[in-house]
Design a protein around this ligand. Sequence first.
Ligand code: GLN
Length: 493
Amino acid sequence: MLMDLLQLTIAEAHALLVRREISAVELTRAALERILAVDNTLKAFLDIDDEGALAQAAVADQRIAGGNAQPLTGIPLAIKDVLCVRGTITTCGSRMLENWVAPYDATAVARLKAQDAVLIGKTNLDEFAMGSSTENSAFVVTRNPWDPTRVPGGSSGGSAVAVAAGEALGSLGTDTGGSIRQPAALCGVTGLKPTYGRVSRYGLVAFASSLDQIGPFARTARDCALLLEAIAGADINDSTAAREPVPSYAAMLDGDIRGLRIGVPREYFVAGMEAGVEQAVRAAIDCLRELGAAIVDISLPHTRYALPTYYIIAPSEASANLARFNGVRYGLHIEGENVIEEMELTRGAGFGPEVRRRIMLGTYALSAGYYDAYYRRAQQVRTLIRRDFQQAFQQVDVIAAATSPTVAFPIGAKLDDPLAMYLSDVLTLPASLAGVPGLSLPCGFADGLPVGLQLLGRPFDEATLLKVGDVYQRATDWHTRRPDLTALTGNEP
Ligand code: GLN
């Protein structure tokens, strides 16, 4: 019998494992069978490690038998392919690293392994995490399980789909400008971008180092709490990983948000927002009011500068970070007459069009004569955006808005129009620039496609976001809805 992996949360699977009603090996087999059934179509995964996963599961079963289970012991998880997992191919969705094998584990990955979680494979993404649809992957197009003609969002599209389609119980993604929150919204799962510095970036291939954060996808806020608790905290290998103590996030989900102040920023109900999205989000905010929160109108006046600011700062940092792919040290190498020609040939062949566009934008913005006009200016505006949030959080505890102005769009719809693609992130970019945490929760449907509610919090106050998310999920059932994949799996759920 194939287990109904689609319905199981991490917390529920853990309970079954410790009661020995299922084994980690069974759970892992079920995940692998599910991948076999659906992933030919959905293409969430770039690499599946059957053997490694089953071996890890067997170790997890021993640990459980010894009475030493931790919350993630034996839980099948998927990892975005921009994170190093020792001994496995880490492509970043790029030809440049097509055959590059990671020589070490990212800290977040090592911390999952320390709990004997089962890492089943690496998930597809936009090349070097640049994009909002996962279509910029050099390898495959990942499809949205709610409608396979549509994108899953991005850049962590594969990690969102793996959870939405029951191929894994949780996953890790990364969010630089929205890449966890937006695909979580478009795929109907729960995703958390932690505060900048909450999770070590060691072993994450860098895109924009002042923005990049690793975070979890799962079916519930509670599961995200368990995953965050596992991966967060200081790290000797990353000086930007904060020393701030890591609370027991799951233990703080006490089901009570009475008196909590939730701000609704008027600038977040933007032109171009789909009516069905706005309705679902407003209904979710009403629900939070009924659950005891005080809803307050607020303003984040510099919101409209976030997109241009981000598209100066992120490409600038990317152009510097990606300079290391020079055909000598990592991955692809193409022979030429001399070192310059080799570099040109390698970078020309190794990077796709969006990555090349970012490198050119960033190099331009950082060049002599333009640095002050663009890069310095953008840093100044970033400070104003950060202050917007500081001021808002003097009035309110949490900010609520939509995660994405639209539901999942058709594959190909925005490929020829980079600006339209960039606009997918108008509602997630400000929090990224400010460094504050953001949670996206399923809050309804528009045209049969999932809508996400975005909750933003004070720096290092993930606990409050998770608590509000948990309270909302106790009161509603949007997060329990599953896409109908019977066409792919036959009779199986
Ligand atoms: N879509 C945004 C970009 O293309 C954000 C990507 C991300 O968060 N990694 O840069």
